[in-house]
Design a protein around this ligand. Structure first.
Ligand SMILES: [Zn+2]
Length: 217
């Protein structure tokens, strides 16, 4: 009998993929990485091999190894000592992944998944080698166009979020700006809200009525 759930016959597939304790851990992993389910070893292996920067691939491997190790420890503890809460196990996996991730020299990509993952595990950022530096600068729009620069920011998943934007014309003149407090706490949603609010402001200020063209970054 499985000592964790005390409902099913104990076996490795049950302990790792079917037991409610394991499902709690995999559900937590799915909140961090974009994967639909972990129902057998093939899914785990394809998850580890799936696309990503060297750092994210390394973190995936570390999370999987620690998750399986902690599932086994939960099983042994429940046999010989006492049961461990899944929430406590998740904290241990998170701390260990942070420790190992920070000792890795693997490089990251400058994309949202990498930033999300390394921030979640409190791992220090490290960028890949820049092969060809590219100068990026703001340029004013052509005659009859309005350029809108928007931005959204969130402080983690439990704190405040905001978005804002600035409108400038073809002579670089300031047309207007806005900033808004948001209830959402996800940076990507905050970025989208920045664009949506900019569209609303355009309507309010009547720029669309004058038939102005628009560039939005
Ligand atoms: Zn079980």
């Amino acid at each position: 009998m499985c000592t964790l759930c005390e409902k099913h016959k104990e076996s490795i597939p049950h302990l790792v993929f079917e037991c409610s304790n394991a499902l709690g851990i995999w559900s937590w992993v799915r909140e961090i990485f974009p994967i639909s389910h972990f129902s057998n070893m093939d899914y785990l292996l394809s998850f580890i091999k799936s696309d990503g920067s060297p750092l994210v691939k390394f973190i995936k491997l570390v999370v999987i190894i620690f998750s399986i190790w902690m599932i086994w420890r939960m099983r042994n503890f429940s046999c010989f000592q006492d049961k461990i809460e899944v929430s406590r196990v998740i904290l241990v996996i998170k701390d260990l992944t942070c420790l190992v991730g920070n000792s890795s020299k693997a490089s990251m990509k400058n994309d949202m998944l990498d930033f999300h993952v390394i921030k979640f595990f409190s791992i220090n950022t490290r960028t890949g080698k820049v092969l060809r530096p590219l100068l990026v600068r703001w340029e004013f729009p052509s005659l009859g166009w309005v350029k809108i620069n928007t931005d959204g920011a969130a402080k983690g998943y439990t704190d405040l979020a905001t978005c804002g934007g600035i409108f400038r014309g073809s002579m670089r003149e300031f047309i207007g700006a806005f900033s808004t407090f948001l209830e959402v706490q996800i940076v990507l949603v905050a970025e989208f809200y920045g664009v949506i609010h900019a569209m609303e402001k355009l309507k309010i200020w009547g720029l669309l009525m004058f038939g102005w063209n628009m560039i939005m970054f």
